[in-house]
Design a protein around this ligand. Structure first.
Ligand code: AHM
Ligand code: MG
Length: 350
Protein backbone atom coordinates (compact mmCIF):
# COMPACT_ATOMS: atom_id res chain seq x y z
CA UNK A 1 0.00 0.00 0.00
CA UNK A 2 1.31 3.43 -0.91
CA UNK A 3 2.07 5.61 2.08
CA UNK A 4 0.83 9.20 1.96
CA UNK A 5 2.65 11.49 4.33
CA UNK A 6 1.06 14.51 5.99
CA UNK A 7 3.17 16.90 3.90
CA UNK A 8 2.23 15.09 0.71
CA UNK A 9 -1.46 15.06 1.64
CA UNK A 10 -1.39 18.80 2.23
CA UNK A 11 0.29 19.33 -1.15
CA UNK A 12 -2.30 17.14 -2.93
CA UNK A 13 -5.12 19.10 -1.32
CA UNK A 14 -3.51 22.39 -2.23
CA UNK A 15 -3.51 21.35 -5.90
CA UNK A 16 -7.30 21.03 -5.72
CA UNK A 17 -7.43 24.76 -5.02
CA UNK A 18 -5.75 26.66 -7.86
CA UNK A 19 -6.29 29.92 -5.93
CA UNK A 20 -4.25 28.64 -2.96
CA UNK A 21 -0.97 30.41 -2.30
CA UNK A 22 0.62 27.61 -0.26
CA UNK A 23 0.77 29.77 2.88
CA UNK A 24 -1.69 27.67 4.88
CA UNK A 25 -0.02 24.48 3.65
CA UNK A 26 3.32 25.78 4.88
CA UNK A 27 1.84 26.72 8.23
CA UNK A 28 0.31 23.27 8.72
CA UNK A 29 3.58 21.58 7.83
CA UNK A 30 5.33 23.69 10.46
CA UNK A 31 2.78 22.71 13.09
CA UNK A 32 3.47 19.08 12.11
CA UNK A 33 7.19 19.68 12.59
CA UNK A 34 6.67 21.33 15.99
CA UNK A 35 4.59 18.39 17.18
CA UNK A 36 7.34 15.94 16.21
CA UNK A 37 9.75 17.91 18.39
CA UNK A 38 7.25 17.92 21.28
CA UNK A 39 6.77 14.19 20.77
CA UNK A 40 10.52 13.63 21.03
CA UNK A 41 10.72 15.66 24.24
CA UNK A 42 7.72 13.86 25.74
CA UNK A 43 9.23 10.46 25.11
CA UNK A 44 12.02 11.50 27.50
CA UNK A 45 9.58 12.78 30.14
CA UNK A 46 10.13 9.91 32.57
CA UNK A 47 13.88 10.37 32.32
CA UNK A 48 13.60 14.10 32.89
CA UNK A 49 11.57 13.56 36.05
CA UNK A 50 13.55 10.68 37.44
CA UNK A 51 17.08 11.65 36.48
CA UNK A 52 17.30 15.30 35.61
CA UNK A 53 15.13 16.72 38.37
CA UNK A 54 11.74 18.45 38.54
CA UNK A 55 10.78 21.80 37.13
CA UNK A 56 12.38 24.76 38.93
CA UNK A 57 15.51 22.70 39.57
CA UNK A 58 18.92 22.87 37.94
CA UNK A 59 19.99 19.84 35.92
CA UNK A 60 23.47 18.37 35.66
CA UNK A 61 24.39 20.74 32.83
CA UNK A 62 23.51 23.66 35.08
CA UNK A 63 20.41 24.44 33.02
CA UNK A 64 17.02 25.03 34.49
CA UNK A 65 14.73 22.03 33.96
CA UNK A 66 11.52 23.34 32.53
CA UNK A 67 8.11 21.76 32.79
CA UNK A 68 7.07 20.02 29.62
CA UNK A 69 4.14 22.31 28.96
CA UNK A 70 6.53 25.27 28.99
CA UNK A 71 8.89 23.42 26.65
CA UNK A 72 6.02 22.56 24.30
CA UNK A 73 4.91 26.18 24.33
CA UNK A 74 8.39 27.39 23.39
CA UNK A 75 8.72 24.78 20.62
CA UNK A 76 5.41 25.75 19.02
CA UNK A 77 6.10 29.46 19.34
CA UNK A 78 9.54 29.15 17.75
CA UNK A 79 8.38 26.89 14.90
CA UNK A 80 5.50 29.24 14.13
CA UNK A 81 7.69 32.32 14.22
CA UNK A 82 10.18 30.62 11.90
CA UNK A 83 7.37 29.49 9.64
CA UNK A 84 6.93 32.87 7.98
CA UNK A 85 3.18 32.25 7.59
CA UNK A 86 2.13 33.27 11.09
CA UNK A 87 1.98 36.88 12.29
CA UNK A 88 1.23 36.00 15.92
CA UNK A 89 0.15 33.39 18.40
CA UNK A 90 -1.98 33.06 21.50
CA UNK A 91 -1.33 30.21 23.88
CA UNK A 92 -2.95 28.79 26.95
CA UNK A 93 0.48 29.20 28.56
CA UNK A 94 0.82 32.93 27.76
CA UNK A 95 -1.07 35.71 29.46
CA UNK A 96 -1.41 37.78 26.29
CA UNK A 97 -1.09 37.14 22.58
CA UNK A 98 2.37 37.48 21.03
CA UNK A 99 2.73 39.51 17.83
CA UNK A 100 5.74 38.45 15.76
CA UNK A 101 7.54 41.69 14.87
CA UNK A 102 9.47 40.03 12.05
CA UNK A 103 6.33 38.48 10.51
CA UNK A 104 4.08 41.48 9.99
CA UNK A 105 3.25 40.45 6.43
CA UNK A 106 2.05 36.96 7.36
CA UNK A 107 -1.60 36.10 6.90
CA UNK A 108 -2.48 33.79 9.81
CA UNK A 109 -2.70 33.73 13.59
CA UNK A 110 -2.56 30.49 15.53
CA UNK A 111 -4.03 29.76 18.95
CA UNK A 112 -2.92 26.65 20.80
CA UNK A 113 -2.91 24.62 23.95
CA UNK A 114 0.66 23.32 23.77
CA UNK A 115 0.18 20.36 26.09
CA UNK A 116 -3.39 19.68 27.05
CA UNK A 117 -3.92 17.38 30.04
CA UNK A 118 -0.32 17.88 31.12
CA UNK A 119 -1.01 16.63 34.66
CA UNK A 120 -1.32 13.21 32.99
CA UNK A 121 2.36 13.16 32.05
CA UNK A 122 3.31 12.06 35.56
CA UNK A 123 1.29 8.87 35.11
CA UNK A 124 2.13 8.30 31.42
CA UNK A 125 -1.45 8.84 30.24
CA UNK A 126 -2.03 10.43 26.81
CA UNK A 127 -1.70 14.19 26.40
CA UNK A 128 -2.02 16.39 23.34
CA UNK A 129 -1.43 19.62 21.48
CA UNK A 130 -4.52 21.46 20.18
CA UNK A 131 -4.38 24.21 17.55
CA UNK A 132 -6.71 26.64 15.83
CA UNK A 133 -5.89 28.83 12.82
CA UNK A 134 -7.58 32.08 11.75
CA UNK A 135 -6.87 34.44 8.90
CA UNK A 136 -6.00 37.83 10.37
CA UNK A 137 -8.56 40.64 10.09
CA UNK A 138 -6.04 43.44 10.66
CA UNK A 139 -3.98 44.89 7.82
CA UNK A 140 -1.06 42.78 6.62
CA UNK A 141 2.20 44.64 7.10
CA UNK A 142 1.26 45.80 10.58
CA UNK A 143 1.51 44.02 13.93
CA UNK A 144 -1.41 41.66 14.51
CA UNK A 145 -4.04 42.75 17.04
CA UNK A 146 -6.37 41.19 19.61
CA UNK A 147 -9.20 41.27 17.05
CA UNK A 148 -7.26 38.81 14.90
CA UNK A 149 -7.55 36.28 17.71
CA UNK A 150 -11.02 37.03 19.06
CA UNK A 151 -12.96 35.63 16.13
CA UNK A 152 -15.86 33.21 16.36
CA UNK A 153 -14.99 29.54 15.84
CA UNK A 154 -16.89 29.52 12.55
CA UNK A 155 -14.11 31.62 11.06
CA UNK A 156 -11.38 29.04 11.72
CA UNK A 157 -9.57 28.08 8.53
CA UNK A 158 -7.93 25.04 10.08
CA UNK A 159 -7.86 23.23 13.40
CA UNK A 160 -6.50 20.03 14.78
CA UNK A 161 -4.71 18.20 17.52
CA UNK A 162 -1.83 15.85 18.08
CA UNK A 163 -2.32 13.05 20.56
CA UNK A 164 0.78 11.63 22.20
CA UNK A 165 -0.33 8.18 23.29
CA UNK A 166 0.60 4.59 22.53
CA UNK A 167 1.11 6.05 19.05
CA UNK A 168 1.37 9.69 18.10
CA UNK A 169 -1.32 10.92 15.80
CA UNK A 170 -2.12 14.22 14.12
CA UNK A 171 -5.77 14.90 13.26
CA UNK A 172 -6.78 18.04 11.38
CA UNK A 173 -9.38 19.75 9.28
CA UNK A 174 -9.44 22.68 6.91
CA UNK A 175 -13.20 22.43 6.53
CA UNK A 176 -13.13 19.60 4.03
CA UNK A 177 -13.50 16.64 6.36
CA UNK A 178 -11.19 15.29 9.02
CA UNK A 179 -8.09 13.23 8.39
CA UNK A 180 -5.75 11.48 10.79
CA UNK A 181 -2.04 10.72 10.41
CA UNK A 182 -0.05 8.33 12.58
CA UNK A 183 3.60 9.06 13.22
CA UNK A 184 5.86 6.33 11.88
CA UNK A 185 8.85 6.76 14.18
CA UNK A 186 11.12 4.78 11.86
CA UNK A 187 10.85 7.40 9.11
CA UNK A 188 9.82 10.37 11.27
CA UNK A 189 6.74 11.08 9.17
CA UNK A 190 3.03 11.39 9.91
CA UNK A 191 1.35 8.92 7.52
CA UNK A 192 -2.30 8.96 6.50
CA UNK A 193 -3.93 6.24 8.61
CA UNK A 194 -7.48 7.53 9.23
CA UNK A 195 -8.88 9.16 6.07
CA UNK A 196 -12.19 11.02 6.22
CA UNK A 197 -13.07 10.35 9.86
CA UNK A 198 -16.78 10.32 10.70
CA UNK A 199 -18.19 9.97 14.20
CA UNK A 200 -21.05 7.45 14.57
CA UNK A 201 -24.30 9.34 15.20
CA UNK A 202 -24.96 7.43 18.39
CA UNK A 203 -22.89 5.34 20.73
CA UNK A 204 -22.75 4.07 24.28
CA UNK A 205 -19.82 5.95 25.75
CA UNK A 206 -20.09 9.08 27.86
CA UNK A 207 -17.12 10.98 29.24
CA UNK A 208 -17.44 13.35 32.17
CA UNK A 209 -15.83 13.94 35.53
CA UNK A 210 -18.67 12.34 37.43
CA UNK A 211 -17.09 13.34 40.72
CA UNK A 212 -18.64 16.77 40.05
CA UNK A 213 -22.16 15.26 39.64
CA UNK A 214 -23.73 17.20 42.50
CA UNK A 215 -22.89 20.53 40.93
CA UNK A 216 -23.92 19.62 37.37
CA UNK A 217 -26.83 21.50 35.76
CA UNK A 218 -30.12 19.56 35.97
CA UNK A 219 -30.14 18.40 32.35
CA UNK A 220 -26.63 16.98 32.69
CA UNK A 221 -27.65 15.13 35.87
CA UNK A 222 -30.64 13.71 34.00
CA UNK A 223 -28.46 12.66 31.11
CA UNK A 224 -25.98 10.93 33.43
CA UNK A 225 -28.89 9.27 35.26
CA UNK A 226 -30.21 8.09 31.93
CA UNK A 227 -26.83 6.61 30.98
CA UNK A 228 -26.74 4.72 34.29
CA UNK A 229 -30.35 3.61 34.26
CA UNK A 230 -30.41 -0.17 33.97
CA UNK A 231 -34.16 -0.70 33.76
CA UNK A 232 -34.06 -1.38 30.03
CA UNK A 233 -30.73 -3.22 30.04
CA UNK A 234 -28.88 -0.42 28.31
CA UNK A 235 -25.15 -0.78 28.57
CA UNK A 236 -23.56 2.63 28.60
CA UNK A 237 -19.91 2.91 29.52
CA UNK A 238 -18.28 5.78 31.34
CA UNK A 239 -14.81 6.48 29.94
CA UNK A 240 -12.91 9.46 31.33
CA UNK A 241 -9.17 9.93 31.12
CA UNK A 242 -9.13 13.56 32.22
CA UNK A 243 -7.18 14.58 29.15
CA UNK A 244 -9.53 16.26 26.69
CA UNK A 245 -7.52 15.26 23.64
CA UNK A 246 -7.56 11.60 24.64
CA UNK A 247 -11.24 11.55 25.61
CA UNK A 248 -12.20 13.48 22.49
CA UNK A 249 -10.08 11.30 20.21
CA UNK A 250 -11.70 8.09 21.43
CA UNK A 251 -15.19 9.51 20.98
CA UNK A 252 -14.37 11.01 17.58
CA UNK A 253 -13.44 7.58 16.27
CA UNK A 254 -15.84 5.34 18.18
CA UNK A 255 -18.74 7.66 18.99
CA UNK A 256 -19.77 9.06 22.34
CA UNK A 257 -20.08 12.36 24.13
CA UNK A 258 -17.52 14.39 26.08
CA UNK A 259 -18.92 16.82 28.63
CA UNK A 260 -17.41 19.49 30.80
CA UNK A 261 -20.33 21.41 32.31
CA UNK A 262 -20.19 24.47 34.48
CA UNK A 263 -19.58 23.30 38.06
CA UNK A 264 -19.33 24.87 41.49
CA UNK A 265 -15.55 25.16 41.16
CA UNK A 266 -15.69 26.32 37.52
CA UNK A 267 -18.95 28.29 37.22
CA UNK A 268 -18.22 29.23 33.61
CA UNK A 269 -16.94 25.78 32.67
CA UNK A 270 -13.31 24.74 32.91
CA UNK A 271 -12.20 24.40 29.31
CA UNK A 272 -11.08 27.30 27.17
CA UNK A 273 -13.13 28.38 24.19
CA UNK A 274 -10.21 29.53 22.05
CA UNK A 275 -7.62 26.82 22.72
CA UNK A 276 -9.72 23.72 23.35
CA UNK A 277 -13.42 23.99 22.52
CA UNK A 278 -13.36 25.88 19.19
CA UNK A 279 -10.81 23.65 17.46
CA UNK A 280 -12.46 20.46 18.76
CA UNK A 281 -15.91 21.76 17.73
CA UNK A 282 -14.67 22.48 14.19
CA UNK A 283 -13.26 18.95 13.95
CA UNK A 284 -16.35 17.37 15.46
CA UNK A 285 -18.76 19.15 13.11
CA UNK A 286 -16.60 18.20 10.15
CA UNK A 287 -16.86 14.59 11.34
CA UNK A 288 -20.69 14.83 11.42
CA UNK A 289 -20.94 15.41 15.17
CA UNK A 290 -22.08 18.37 17.25
CA UNK A 291 -20.69 20.73 19.87
CA UNK A 292 -22.66 23.05 22.13
CA UNK A 293 -22.34 24.90 25.42
CA UNK A 294 -25.85 23.67 26.28
CA UNK A 295 -27.73 26.48 24.62
CA UNK A 296 -25.51 27.66 21.79
CA UNK A 297 -23.34 26.09 19.11
CA UNK A 298 -19.74 26.39 20.29
CA UNK A 299 -18.63 27.76 16.90
CA UNK A 300 -21.08 30.68 17.19
CA UNK A 301 -19.94 31.93 20.60
CA UNK A 302 -18.56 35.45 20.26
CA UNK A 303 -15.35 35.58 22.30
CA UNK A 304 -14.64 38.57 24.49
CA UNK A 305 -11.29 37.47 25.93
CA UNK A 306 -8.48 35.12 25.02
CA UNK A 307 -8.71 32.83 28.01
CA UNK A 308 -12.51 32.66 28.06
CA UNK A 309 -13.96 29.44 29.46
CA UNK A 310 -17.13 27.67 28.44
CA UNK A 311 -19.19 24.62 29.24
CA UNK A 312 -18.89 22.07 26.45
CA UNK A 313 -20.86 19.05 25.25
CA UNK A 314 -19.33 17.51 22.18
CA UNK A 315 -19.57 14.28 20.25
CA UNK A 316 -22.08 12.04 18.47
CA UNK A 317 -24.96 14.04 17.05
CA UNK A 318 -27.78 12.14 18.75
CA UNK A 319 -26.06 12.15 22.12
CA UNK A 320 -25.59 15.91 22.05
CA UNK A 321 -29.19 16.43 20.91
CA UNK A 322 -30.39 14.20 23.71
CA UNK A 323 -28.46 16.14 26.29
CA UNK A 324 -29.80 19.47 25.06
CA UNK A 325 -33.31 17.95 24.98
CA UNK A 326 -33.08 17.17 28.68
CA UNK A 327 -33.08 20.93 29.31
CA UNK A 328 -36.83 20.83 28.84
CA UNK A 329 -37.62 17.62 30.67
CA UNK A 330 -39.10 17.54 34.13
CA UNK A 331 -39.83 13.81 34.41
CA UNK A 332 -38.10 11.41 36.77
CA UNK A 333 -35.13 9.23 35.71
CA UNK A 334 -37.18 6.05 35.30
CA UNK A 335 -39.27 7.74 32.61
CA UNK A 336 -36.29 9.11 30.77
CA UNK A 337 -35.86 6.16 28.48
CA UNK A 338 -39.40 6.55 27.13
CA UNK A 339 -38.82 10.25 26.73
CA UNK A 340 -35.71 9.62 24.67
CA UNK A 341 -37.40 6.96 22.59
CA UNK A 342 -40.56 8.91 21.89
CA UNK A 343 -39.50 12.52 21.78
CA UNK A 344 -35.93 12.60 20.53
CA UNK A 345 -35.31 9.72 18.19
CA UNK A 346 -37.56 8.71 15.38
CA UNK A 347 -35.40 5.57 15.20
CA UNK A 348 -34.36 4.68 18.75
CA UNK A 349 -30.68 3.94 19.12
CA UNK A 350 -31.21 1.13 21.54
P1 AHM B 1 -5.12 21.75 31.07
O1 AHM B 1 -5.31 22.45 29.76
O2 AHM B 1 -4.62 22.66 32.14
O3 AHM B 1 -4.32 20.49 30.94
O4 AHM B 1 -6.60 21.35 31.62
C1 AHM B 1 -7.53 20.84 30.76
C2 AHM B 1 -7.84 19.42 31.12
C3 AHM B 1 -8.50 18.70 29.97
O5 AHM B 1 -7.58 18.04 29.19
C4 AHM B 1 -9.41 17.73 30.68
O6 AHM B 1 -10.53 17.41 29.91
C5 AHM B 1 -9.79 18.47 31.94
O7 AHM B 1 -8.77 19.40 32.19
C6 AHM B 1 -9.92 17.55 33.10
O8 AHM B 1 -10.36 18.27 34.20
P2 AHM B 1 -10.80 17.54 35.55
O9 AHM B 1 -9.57 17.00 36.16
O10 AHM B 1 -11.43 18.66 36.34
O11 AHM B 1 -11.81 16.48 35.21
MG1 MG C 1 -5.82 22.32 28.06
Amino acid sequence: MRVITFDEFIAINQEKHPEATGELSGLLRDIGLASKIVNRDLSKAGLVDAILGDANEINVQGEEVKKLDIIANEVLKKCLQNSGQCCGIASEEEEDFVAFKNRKKAKYVVLFDPLDGSSNIDVIAPVGTIFSVFERVSKAGELCTLEDFLQTGEKQVAAGYVIYGSSTMLVYTTGEGVNGFTLDPTIGEFCLSHPDIKTPASAKTYSVNQGNYHSFPENVKKFVDYCQDTTDKKAFSLRYIGSMVADFHRNLLKGGIFMYPATKDSPKGKLRLMYECNPMAFLQEQADGKATNGTQRILEIVPTKLHQRTAVYIGSKKFVEMLVGFNNVTINPVELFDFVKNKIFSNPIL
